[in-house]
Design a protein around this ligand. Structure first.
Ligand code: B3K
Ligand code: ZN
Length: 866
């Protein structure tokens, strides 16, 4: 394997393509000694660009023939490019290459999985299939013919519509597909395999009938109906909310167990990780069901935001990803529970994106440079990108946002465009000036807002002063930040007329509220109106008022999180100093009231409100993190709540049982969530009675949500004599060993366990038959999830770091994209003490200095060490 010479690509260097490709004809023949790809492209010089040779991208291609207009033509080939000089202004280029999908362990390009051949071309996988200008601003019309053995690969699929098919000699067959829509190469897909199919249809608002199909591993059809229902709901929702109809005759989803990411929006032929397709109540949890809704919708929504209008270059990735995440979030909120959806989005943002934005891989939602584009499919581009879109909607309102979307498609349908083009359409539709707002696209780092309030009794006015800063930004210029605010009375009443959307545009700015007759309790950043840190010295009493009375459920939840955060951080300092933390009765009282209010406020909300902030989120708030003290502090608060509220938890546990047959509805899911939260508090005591309680739930559950919650509770128990823990883990594996996605859960429940011996367990599991270094889901479940286990990964002796370095090196050549994601586990190494830092640095150096390290991993570890 050759060593890549890492090259940095810059946004400022963008130039349009010198050639345009109108049509692509692919003939793909799957044979015993490889796959032969004959590609015929009709080319013409781009009239807008000065004459240049034709330079095509390629990777691991064995070139068999090259001809121009039917005649041999000289060419210059390197490992990654094919250059042709002296071409006529328009011509037909034919190349024939052989590729080896059976040896493709990177899962980029065309590769073999258990049930057949699959492709993944975003971002730059098409060049691993044939010579091509592999860039998103080259859009062409594709026709594809596949040939393969009929018995082994009865299903032959490509983008678009089936045109013709037939038999060939030697038991082979062929099929031709034509995609009427121009598309960039990254949206190309093909599948050849032995698969079962679930079919359905959807009639669009204008009366067109779309054929729907979900292809899965034989025997898994009973796990497809939920995804099919999600697809139909998404199609309807996009018509209603955005007036966007499906433009296809055939919409196919193919599920594959070996896949680097979640799913891929290839035009008319989505390829999905099985994790986001397969579901049945006994094998998938409520969260799995909801994730499937969201991911199916996400890929479907890309058909407009990504495919009809695509990205000019890869720096614009957030143009399609931020917008499409925003769309799937809105769909999920409408379908399930808007309140808890928002809470979970923000929890996720704080656990993944805020740390990323403070670490070595920090980048603007539109990066300005990269070495390996696959390293930039990040929480920043996706989730912060979605927050930026949400802020646009907040600033101009829902109706103007819809008008802006209409304008975006009116202007750019069929084009490859930039983030500026999107914002310009929003500006045209709303009249809003986004000049200052564009800073959100250009700067890395999470801005901070410091707030200060002053109530003046004489004038009955309240002055709120907001100041902003972002130490990671390249200069001090202020952002435009929407800040939703309301004022409450001490008894919890909303002060009339106090609900406002403030536009913070200066470094420091004061906002005056009139007719405020009493000292108010301010509620800032309602519904998390901007992705920022808020520094405000609110008192525990004020937060308790908001937790109990704030009518914006997000900020009610947020008040509880702020209270818990302060207590845990203070306790962590106490514990580090060898003292025992003391917990205030007021917090326990607030928690008790929450539990008592579950009928009015909703079980799902109460479950979110009583889930303490995660260790990774808390660690971001500390300058030098002591992971053991932080872990002990958080657990100590859980245990304290469990002791003080034992009766409440036990009572609710008994009364919240869902007696109806399982459905993943948000109402039932909310009840299960709260009941299982009660269980997780009860096991804090770890006595025989609660072990039995959890074990009974484990054994008797008729659905995976309850079974897995019980297993997770038991898996955290440290006592060596806990036979229920050992039995549950053993029984779970024995029962589900043939369900790959459930085995992933079994691995993950062990790699994320609090137990001190977790690393030893994880190491042992790497040798278990269930583990497979060739399968990304297994690596994510066992290795990457361990890397997110703050207290165990960051063990003081450096054992977690050394283990991770080994795993990265074992994988970097085989699958650079997945290895690079593992390397991201080191992002926050500089937040720990000198001893841990020395261990982490040694591990990172060991990886960096490895001969022939893949470009993906090299970029991540170089930035981490820099
Ligand atoms: N667009 C794909 C991601 C492709 C990842 C390439 N490394 C999934 C999605 O966002 O829908
Ligand atoms: Zn996407």
């Amino acid at each position: 394997m050759k060593t890549d010479t890492p090259q940095t690509i810059y946004l400022k260097d963008y130039t349009p393509p010198a050639w345009l490709v109108d049509t692509v004809d692919l003939d793909v023949s799957i044979e015993a000694d490889g796959t032969v790809v004959s590609a015929t492209q009709t080319l013409r010089r781009n009239p807008a660009v000065a004459d240049q040779p034709l330079v095509l991208d390629g990777e691991e291609l064995e070139t068999l023939a090259v001809s121009v207009d039917g005649r041999e033509h000289p060419y210059l080939a390197s490992a990654t490019s094919l250059t042709l000089n002296d071409l006529p202004a328009s011509c037909t280029l034919r190349t024939v290459v052989r590729i080896q999908p059976d040896n493709n362990t990177r899962l980029s390009g065309m590769y073999r999985s258990k049930d057949g051949y699959f492709t993944q071309c975003e971002a730059q996988g098409f060049r691993r299939i044939t010579w091509f200008m592999d860039r998103p601003d080259v859009m062409s019309t594709y026709t594809v013919t596949l040939h393969a053995d009929r018995a082994t690969f009865p299903v032959l699929l490509a983008n678009g519509n089936p045109v013709a098919s037939g038999d060939e000699a030697n038991g082979r067959h062929w099929a031709t597909w034509a995609d009427p829509f121009r598309k960039p190469a990254y949206l190309f897909a093909l599948v050849a395999g032995k698969l079962d199919v679930l079919r359905d249809t959807f009639r669009t608002a204008s009366g067109r009938e779309v054929q729907l199909a979900i292809y899965v591993e034989p025997g898994k059809l009973d796990q497809c109906p939920h995804a099919m229902a999600a697809l139909k709901k998404s199609m309807k929702w996009d018509e209603e909310r955005f007036g966007l109809e499906c433009d296809l005759d055939h919409y196919m989803i193919v599920a594959v167990g070996d896949f680097n990411m979640g799913a891929m929006e290839n035009k008319g032929l989505n390829i999905f990780n099985t994790k986001y397709v397969l579901a049945r109540p006994d094998v998938a949890t409520d969260v799995d069901f909801e994730n499937i809704d969201r991911v199916v919708a996400h890929e479907y929504f890309h058909n407009w935001t990504g495919n009809r209008v695509t990205c000019r270059d890869w720096f614009q990735l957030s143009l399609k990803e931020g917008l499409t995440v925003f769309r799937d979030q809105e769909f999920g909120a409408d379908l399930h529970n808007r309140q808890t959806a928002r809470i979970r989005e923000v929890r996720g943002l704080r656990a993944a994106q805020f740390p990323e934005d403070a670490g070595p891989m920090a980048h603007p939602i539109r990066p300005e440079s990269f070495v390996e584009i696959n390293n930039f499919y990040t929480a920043t581009v996706y989730e912060k990108g979605a927050e930026v879109i949400r802020m646009i909607q907040t600033l101009i309102g829902r109706d103007a946002f819809r008008a802006g979307m209409d304008e975006y498609f009116r202007r750019h349908d069929g084009q490859a465009v930039t983030c500026e083009d999107f914002v310009a359409a929003m500006a045209a539709a709303s009249g809003f000036d986004f000049t200052q707002f564009m800073r959100w696209y250009r700067q890395p780092g999470t801005p901070r807002i410091a707030a200060d309030g002053f109530w003046d009794a004489d004038s009955a006015s309240y002055t709120l002063t907001l100041s902003q800063s972002n130490p990671r930004a390249s200069d001090d210029a202020p952002y435009l930040i929407p800040v939703r605010v309301a004022l409450f009375a001490a008894d919890g009443r909303l002060l009339p007329g106090s609900e406002r959307l403030l536009q913070l545009s200066a470094s420091s700015q004061s906002f005056v509220f009139e007719n405020v007759a009493e000292e108010p309790v301010p509620s800032l950043l309602r519904d998390f109106s901007a992705p920022v840190y808020l520094d405000f010295d609110d008192t525990p009493e004020q937060l308790t008022v908001l937790l109990a009375h704030e009518s914006d459920p997000f900020n009610a939840w947020e008040a509880g999180q702020r209270l818990a955060t302060r207590l845990i951080l203070a306790a962590s300092t106490e514990i580090a100093a060898g003292r025992t933390p003391v917990w205030p009765a007021s917090f326990v009282d607030a928690a008790r009231q929450l539990l008592q209010s579950h009928a009015e406020r909703g079980a799902a909300f109460v479950a979110e409100a009583l889930t303490l902030p995660g260790e990774t989120t808390l660690a971001e708030l500390i300058s030098v993190v002591d992971p053991d003290a932080l872990h002990a502090a958080r657990n100590s608060l859980s245990r304290h709540l469990a002791e003080q509220l034992e009766n409440e938890f036990a009572g609710l546990y008994a009364s919240l049982t869902v007696s109806e047959a399982y459905t993943p509805s948000s109402e039932h899911a909310g009840r299960r969530a709260l009941r299982n939260l009660c269980l997780s508090y009860l096991v804090e005591f770890d006595g025989e009675a609660v072990r039995e309680l959890a074990f009974k739930q484990f054994r008797e559950a008729d659905n995976m949500t309850d079974q897995f919650a019980a297993l997770a509770a038991l898996a955290n128990i440290n006592a060596a004599d806990c036979r229920q823990r050992d039995s549950a883990l053993a029984e779970f594996y024995a029962r589900w060993q043939d369900e790959a996605l459930v085995v992933d859960k079994w691995l993950q429940v062990q790699s994320t366990s609090r137990r001190p011996d977790t690393l030893a367990t994880v190491k042992a599991l790497t040798a278990h038959p269930a583990f497979d270094l060739g399968n990304p889901n297994k690596i994510y479940a066992l290795i990457r999830a361990f890397g997110a286990n703050l207290v165990r990964f960051n063990a003081a002796d450096g054992s977690g770091y050394a283990f991770m370095a080994e795993q990265i090196l074992a994988l970097h050549d085989r699958n650079p994209q997945v290895a690079s994601r593992l390397a991201r586990c080191f992002d926050r190494w500089k937040k720990f003490d000198a001893g841990r830092q020395a261990h982490a640095q040694a591990a990172l150096r060991r990886v960096r200095d490895h001969q022939g390290l893949s470009r993906d991993v090299l970029e991540v570890v170089t930035r981490a060490l820099g």
